[in-house]
Design a protein around this ligand. Sequence first.
Ligand code: MV4
Length: 498
Amino acid sequence: MFNKILIANRGEIAVRIIRACNELGIETVAVYSDADRPSLHVALANEAYHIGPSAPGESYLAKEKIIEVAKRSKAEAIHPGFGFLAENEGFADMCEKEGIVFIGPSPESIRLMGDKVTARKIAQDAKVPLVKGSEGAVSDVEANVIAKKIGYPVMIKASAGGGGKGMRLVRNEEDFEGSLRMARSEARSSFGDDSVYLEKYIENPRHIEIQIIGDSHGKILHLFERECSVQRRHQKVIEEAPSSAINSKLRRKMGEVAVRIAKAVSYRGAGTVEFIMDQEGNFYFLEMNTRIQVEHPVTEMITGIDIVRWMIRIAYGEKLTFKQSDIKMNGHAVECRVYAEDPEMNFIPSPGKLVYVRAPSGPGIRDDSSILSGSEITHFYDPMISKLIVWSETRESAIKKMISALREYIVLGVKTNIGFLLRVMNNEEFQKGDIDTGFIDRHPDLLTPPSIDIKPALVAAALAMRNASNEAEIAKEKPVSNWKLLSRKLAVSRNNLL
Ligand code: MV4
């Protein structure tokens, strides 16, 4: 096995990778920016190297600096995590040329799937179902005709885009020309490539993705689906596995399709094939993510497979020791992304000092995080506080466990979305599994806490110390007196803060 791995990332995924390395007996090298000097990934790694200012471009995206640290520390491999350099073909290529193992797919797989027009072609050749659309990128001359043939509404998507970036919805022909011009100019300024393609727009689809894993000996398996429909502006909020919209027959079919597309690019490592599913249960390939994803824990919880550990073993050249029929799905897992943000103010980030945090725990509860009491949520990075994941036998009991866990979460010092997450968990449609990508937009009521009738001075005191919406949620549900509730919180603050 590798002796030493560099983790080219920060936050909870860096911590997750360090833990996997510890279990495998591999030494770890952390890199960090100015803002991350006092962070958990730095504290947990065997070595840590400062690589630059807080701005990602000068630190976590600085390819040469990271390679240089890998060489200096004699790390044999680099795990990129997600975001930053995870899907950067050039970085994967540099690692290879420098004799450092990139823990992920080949630069070629990254390149093929990174270009969405190419990915669509590969999917088509592999007989993977696609949304009706253009054959490849479109020219200005032909675009209008193709759009009409596809039928409105139509989506214009940037070839170099992905994950919701560089997309434009066009509802009718009158708007098409203007939208095309804007889409192209956005694509040019964001990606340096103005090529776009067209797809029929599917209204309020479900977002279903299949986790796949392949070794470097040609074996590729799937680890079932994740349902990620509860999202906002392409930011996932709640993920679960399995999906309540998928039966075992459809699951097998989607799994086979995902493996087929992965085989078409000789995929190695962990990857995700994204689909949208319409109301009738038709599913269509969207894109493939050539990295470990934020929401990987729900898959780990229902399969018992440690995906990050396997990424490392595969990168070392090991063979997958199990076959498709060995992989069993057990129970139900739900993940909530706990954010320092204000749902009442259009989810604006709420950076600041986390004066005190205490994550829930107990059987079937996992909190993937890198924050500590006293640590800072800065505007430089994603304001995620943690990923709270629960496992239980059924979806219903998993939701109950999540509600219990969220109510136990204490975050003092910044606004959080915990109250919002609780309201989603308590929502009847969510509980019925009646979800799609339009869920949050259809429920603006979930953004604001129910009002509570208590003395204004005490409300102010409580607000000053703790996420108010979370507070209101607890007050609404539990028949404890508000006085008692507030004094309990005041006691917490006295014990821990003052
Ligand atoms: C679509 C679509 C409807 N029809 N394509 C958004 C993310 C990117 N991967 C593609 N996305 C979409 N593509 C067609 N032809 C709807 C979305 C979409 C979406 C997809 C997955 C998860 C959340 C979403 C939210 C809004 C729109």
